[in-house]
Design a protein around this ligand. Structure first.
Ligand code: ARG
Length: 466
C-alpha cells in the first residue's frame, strides 16, 4: 500500500478486497478543486496559529497552485492505491512539497470535517446552476403564456372535460411549482451556509485554528455551531436531494401533459423537429422523447433521495463510513438535472400550440354545464335544483348527440318551466360559450383574462426578483 493516511499502528496495508470496496475516487474526484481551495484556506489558518512560518506558507501556496494546475490539465489524477480524493491530493502535495512541509497540512483537520465541508460547497455551487436552469424553464413557459393570449382550452379533472380554462392559466399552473422549487433552493442555502471546517474528526481541534476565517474564504458566512453535528449531519444533503427530486416530479408532470397533447387524438401541440425524435422503422413517427426521458428520470431522482434517506436512518451519532454514500446520490441528481433541464426548456420554448383545436375542444364534453347551473343560480334557482336542471340538459343533449348550445329555445323553456318565465329561459345561451365561461371566473386566482394577466404579472415579478 503506497500512501494510506494511517500506518503507525498497522502491520499491513488494506487487503485488495477492502481497498476496492473502500475506494471512492471514481466519484469524489470531482471535489478536488474544492478540496484544494479548502487546503489553501487551511494552510493560512495553520500559519495564523503559528504552525507554519510565513516562508512555509508561501511555499505551501505555490505548491497548491502547481498541484491545481496539474489537476486542471489532467497531469495529476488519482491512482490505484488512493482511497479517496483527499488521499490522492495529499500524495500529490507530498510529491511536490516533500514529506517535511507536505506532511504539515493535515494538522488540525480530518477528512470528516473536510468532506462535510466539500459536499456543501459543491452543492451550493451546483444549486445555483440548477436554479438558473429552472429559471430558464419558467421563463420559457411565461413566453408561451404571452403567445397564448386569450386562447381557451379544455380544463380537465380526472382527465375528463371539466371547465374551459385559458391556455395561459394551464401553463402558469406549471410555473408556480417551479417558483416554489426556486424558493426552496434559496431557503436551503441558508442552512447549507455553515462551514464544518474546524470540527476535526468530531470534537473540534486543539490547535487554535480560526474556523471563521476558513469559513469566509470558502464562501460560508458562519461555522457549524457543533462539531459533532458539523461532521455527521447530512440533513442538508438530504434536503437538497428532496428539492432535486421535487424538481424532477414537477418537470415530469409537465412532461406528461406534453406527451398527451402531442398524441394524434389530442393534437394540441406540435414539437419542433430539433426537440423530437423519429423511429428507425416507422417513417411517420415523431416522438416526444425529451418529455418521456423527463418522466423517466423523475423516477431516478426520487430513487436517489430514497436511497440517501435509507442510508442516514439509524446511523450512530458522529461520523461513520456510511456517510460516504451521500455523494453519489446527489451527484447523480445534479448530473441528471443539468442535462435534462436545458433540453426540456428547449422543447417547451419551441412548442407550437394548435390554437384552433384547443378553442374548438374547449367547450365540448358539456364543459359548460357548471356555467349553466351557475347562471340559473343567478336567476334565483337554488344550486341543488340548478345542478339537477343542468344535468337534465346534459342528458337531453347527450341523447341527441349534440352539445348544450345546440338545444332549442323550446328545450330550455321546457326544462326550466318550474323556475323561470318563458322569455327568460333561452337567455341561458349567453353563458354557453368558452369565452363567456372563462370571462365569468374572475375571482382571485381564477381563469378570467383579467385575473390571468394579474397572475402573470405576479409570477413575472417573483421570477425577476429570484
Ligand atoms: N471518503 C470519506 C467520505 O466521503 C471521507 C473519509 C473519512 N474516512 C474515515 N475513515 N474517517 O465520507
Amino acid at each position: 500500500q503506497g500512501m494510506a493516511l494511517w500506518g503507525g499502528r498497522f502491520s499491513s496495508g488494506p487487503s485488495p478486497e477492502l481497498a476496492r470496496l473502500s475506494k471512492s475516487t471514481q466519484f469524489d474526484w470531482r471535489l478536488a478543486d474544492d478540496d484544494l481551495a479548502g487546503s489553501r484556506a487551511h494552510a493560512r489558518a495553520l500559519a495564523g496559529a503559528g504552525l507554519l512560518t510565513s516562508e512555509e506558507l508561501k511555499t505551501m501556496e505555490e505548491v497548491l497552485d502547481r498541484l491545481q494546475d496539474q489537476v486542471d490539465s489532467g497531469a495529476f489524477t488519482p491512482n490505484e492505491s488512493d482511497e479517496d480524493e483527499a488521499t490522492a491530493l495529499e500524495r500529490g502535495l507530498i510529491a511536490l512539497a516533500g514529506d517535511q512541509l507536505g506532511g504539515k497540512l493535515r494538522a488540525g483537520r480530518s477528512r470528516n470535517d473536510q468532506i462535510a465541508a466539500l459536499i456543501r460547497i459543491w452543492l451550493r455551487r451546483h444549486a445555483r446552476i440548477v436554479a438558473g436552469q429552472i429559471l430558464a424553464l419558467a421563463r420559457a413557459l411565461m413566453d408561451q403564456c404571452r403567445k397564448a393570449g386569450s386562447t381557451v382550452m379544455p380544463g380537465r379533472t380526472h382527465m375528463q372535460h371539466a371547465q374551459p380554462v385559458l391556455l395561459s392559466h394551464q401553463l402558469l399552473a406549471h410555473v408556480w411549482p417551479l417558483i416554489r422549487d426556486l424558493e426552496r433552493l434559496v431557503d436551503w442555502d441558508k442552512r447549507a451556509d455553515a462551514s464544518p471546517y474546524g470540527s476535526g474528526a468530531l470534537a473540534g481541534n486543539t490547535l487554535g485554528l480560526d474556523p471563521e476565517a476558513v469559513a469566509h474564504e470558502l464562501g460560508f458566512s458562519r461555522v457549524s455551531a457543533n462539531s459533532i453535528d458539523g461532521t455527521s449531519a447530512r440533513d442538508v444533503v438530504a434536503e437538497f436531494s428532496f428539492i432535486a427530486a421535487m424538481v424532477g416530479v414537477d418537470v415530469s408532470r409537465l412532461a406528461e401533459e406534453v406527451i398527451i397533447w402531442n398524441t394524434q387524438e389530442f393534437a394540441f401541440v406540435r414539437l419542433d423537429d430539433a426537440y423530437s425524435t423519429g423511429s428507425s422503422i416507422m417513417p411517420q413517427k415523431k416522438n416526444p422523447d425529451i418529455a418521456e426521458l423527463a418522466r423517466g428520470k423523475a423516477g431516478r431522482l426520487i430513487g436517489d433521495l430514497t436511497g440517501l434517506m435509507a442510508t442516514l436512518k439509524g446511523l450512530p451519532t458522529a461520523y461513520a463510513r456510511d456517510l460516504q454514500e451521500d455523494k453519489e446520490a446527489v451527484f447523480d441528481q445534479v448530473d441528471t438535472l443539468e442535462v435534462l433541464l436545458p433540453a426540456f426548456t428547449g422543447m417547451i420554448a419551441t412548442l407550437t400550440f394548435n390554437k384552433n383545436r384547443l378553442e374548438d375542444q374547449a367547450p365540448t364534453g358539456f364543459a359548460l354545464a357548471t356555467d349553466l347551473a351557475e347562471w340559473l343560480v343567478k336567476q334565483g334557482v337554488p344550486f341543488r335544483h340548478a345542478h339537477e336542471l343542468s344535468g337534465a340538459c346534459v342528458k337531453l343533449a347527450e341523447g341527441r348527440g349534440c352539445e348544450l348550445w345546440d338545444l332549442t329555445d323550446q328545450d330550455f323553456i321546457r326544462e326550466f318551466r318550474n323556475y323561470l318565465p318563458d322569455d327568460q329561459a333561452p337567455k341561458v345561451r349567453e353563458v354557453l360559450s368558452a369565452a363567456g365561461s372563462v370571462q365569468a371566473r374572475n375571482g382571485r386566482g381564477g381563469t378570467s383574462p383579467g385575473r390571468v394577466a394579474e397572475q402573470m404579472g405576479e409570477a413575472g415579478k417573483l421570477l425577476d426578483d429570484l
